[in-house]
Design a protein around this ligand. Structure first.
Ligand code: 13P
Ligand code: SF4
Length: 402
């Protein structure tokens, strides 16, 4: 076990970079967007000044030239000027299945964040290449579980619980690095997403007494709570404190040990926002993502993955009113697609996920033009042994379904 000082991921410090009150998320030239205080990947200067219309033309031409050899996947949180080029859009579960099944495209351009591109690479065929248009598109929650901290945690837990199989099963949320997925794979655990966390918990409890859940404490707590696990049987593991800040007795009594990670976008939603939405909109339904805190989940009417949110609102009757607690690009898109329903974000401040937002169309054009000249820019590749071990954990996830 090692002790270390608190390390706040840089991506979390950058999370508010694009927040604004006037709600205008119109894409600007990359040069203008560079003014936001985040780290951007360097890109050849010719891409900096291209207008949205020029980027649009360039991307359309590149897509036509590349044809079916290249497929573009887009996560629901991508901005409109990216999602319009996506061949498929979805939540992390749907997109990972897409990557595992789409065998005819030689190149998968993943418009999402780094852990999603890593997962696509692990699930894709050996002759397929995965590209992330901007390598600075990470995830602040995934950054909260560093490999060495997770390895330390795992060996600390073994020192308390003994190494017998079935004492503890590691389960990681998709929003984690390939190395954390590998830790789960080689120790009899699995990956889950927000659309199959309950199934993953059932799978794990069929094989072991307790779960270590990384890195989102909220998804872990919400899932456990909805399955009837008492709150005092779910404890928080701090990577910054010796033995996670827990006593051996607390560890032995726990059913779920939650890694102390969170999503800075979803922890912005509050019960006060829900109360206000109800006061101002009689008959409103409140629908939130399970990365929100437990008090928000309990106050909401429904919770589920981004795909669940999109499908639920899509199937709702005309005239229904929805207050949504998830990333603003998805909320705005739903409001635009269903003008016959009233759909708004719980948070009055417009705050896109600052890492998802870094996939600007200029980066997409850059990697597509690279492919046209035979150049692979920004390949995301996971090598052995991490690849094989992470694949095990992902295959178990695909078996439990979603
Ligand atoms: P989904 O699996 O619901 O798409 O969630 C991914 C994510 O990053 C939410 O913050
Ligand atoms: Fe990560 Fe949160 Fe952004 Fe999802 S919304 S990619 S969990 S930082």
């Amino acid at each position: 076990m090692t002790t270390q000082k608190t390390v706040i991921p840089i991506t979390e410090l950058e999370q508010s970079a694009f927040c604004q009150t006037e709600g205008n998320l119109r894409t600007k030239t990359l040069e203008e967007e560079f003014r936001a205080g985040v780290r951007w990947q360097k890109v050849p200067t010719r891409y900096l000044k291209l207008s949205v219309a020029e980027l649009d033309r360039g991307i359309a031409e590149a897509r036509t030239a590349l044809g079916k050899t290249t497929i573009v996947l887009g996560h629901h949180y991508q901005r409109e000027d990216i999602i319009k080029y996506a061949d498929f859009r979805g939540d992390s579960y749907k997109l990972s299945k897409m990557a595992a099944q789409t065998r005819d495209a030689r190149v998968i351009v993943f418009c999402g964040v780094h852990f999603m591109a890593e997962t696509a690479d692990i699930l894709a065929g050996p002759d397929q290449t995965v590209i992330l248009p901007n390598m600075a598109a990470g995830c602040s929650m995934a950054d909260m579980a560093r490999t060495d901290d997770a390895e330390d945690c795992w060996s600390d837990l073994a020192s308390v619980l003994g190494g017998a199989p079935g004492e503890i099963i590691p389960v990681t949320y998709m929003n984690s690095t390939a190395a954390i997925k590998a830790l789960c794979g080689r120790n009899g655990g699995l990956v889950c997403t927000s659309s199959n966390a309950a199934e993953a918990f059932k799978w794990a409890f069929a094989r072991g007494r307790r779960i270590l859940f990384l890195p989102d404490q909220h998804l872990g707590r919400n899932t456990g709570f909805q399955m009837g696990i008492p709150l005092d049987e779910m404890v928080l593991w701090s990577p910054f404190r010796p033995m996670g800040g827990l006593t051996p007795d607390q560890i032995r009594k726990a059913k779920v040990i939650l890694w102390q990670g969170h999503c800075s976008v979803h922890t912005r939603f509050t019960v006060e926002q829900i109360n206000l939405a109800r006061e101002q909109n009689p008959g409103v339904s409140v629908l939130v993502h399970p990365e929100c805190t437990l008090d928000v989940i309990r106050a909401a009417d429904l919770n589920g993955s981004t795909e669940f949110i999109a499908k639920t609102i899509g199937a709702a009757p005309a005239g229904s009113v929805w207050a949504v607690g998830t990333e603003i690009n998805l909320v705005n898109r739903l409001a635009h697609e269903y003008p016959d329903k009233k759909i708004f974000c719980l948070d009055p401040i417009v705050c896109p996920c600052a890492t998802m937002y870094r996939i600007h169309p200029a980066y997409l054009l850059w990697v597509l033009e690279g492919l046209m000249t035979g150049l692979v820019i920004n390949r995301v590749h996971v090598s052995e042994p991490v690849r094989g071990q992470a694949l095990l954990a992902l295959e178990r996830m695909l078996e439990v379904g979603g």
